[in-house]
Design a protein around this ligand. Structure first.
Ligand code: RB5
Length: 149
């Protein structure tokens, strides 16, 4: 695990404004936002952006990743194809806490067309403020990791 304060952010065209708002929000909280775009509103392909963000987390360059698309679903599916990555879609704060506490997720996905900006920022805070609990949850996360080998 890396102790960097860097958080990678990415999205497809459907979530650029919310992604940039989240970047400003986490910077204000003392994190370093590594926003890898895109910035153009032209239609693009979410797998490209999910994979690019996940690689930055898997390599240790960034501690966490926050990714967005219209639903949060497609970009999450792409990120989870990168070895070592655990990414969950969250539309509520409870789930955002639980994917850290129980699943040791390093990446959070949000659907811009699903949640409003106020809730999205609260979801981000819940995710970033929660530590992994380990113990029996560590055993289960290890079982997920074993599937990758
Ligand atoms: C783009 O229209 C939309 O399909 C995408 O943002 C996302 O919701 C896919 O899962």
């Amino acid at each position: 695990m890396t102790d960097t304060k860097r958080i990678v952010l990415s999205s497809d065209h459907a979530a650029i404004a919310l992604r940039q708002q989240i970047a400003r929000h986490i910077e204000a909280k003392g994190w370093e936002a590594v926003d890898i775009g895109p910035t153009s509103p032209e239609s693009t392909h979410y797998p490209l952006h999910g994979e690019a963000a996940a690689q930055k987390v898997a390599s240790g360059d960034c501690r966490f990743g926050i990714i967005l698309c219209g639903t949060g679903q497609g970009i999450m599916m792409a990120a989870n194809k990168v070895k070592g990555i655990r990414c969950g879609v969250c539309a509520d704060e409870f789930s955002a806490r639980m994917i850290r506490a129980h699943n040791d997720a390093q990446m959070l996905s949000i659907g811009e067309r699903v949640v409003g900006p106020g809730l999205a920022l609260a979801i981000v805070d819940a995710f970033l403020e929660t530590e992994f609990e380990g113990g029996r949850h560590g055993t289960r996360v290890d079982m997920i990791k074993a599937m990758e080998d």
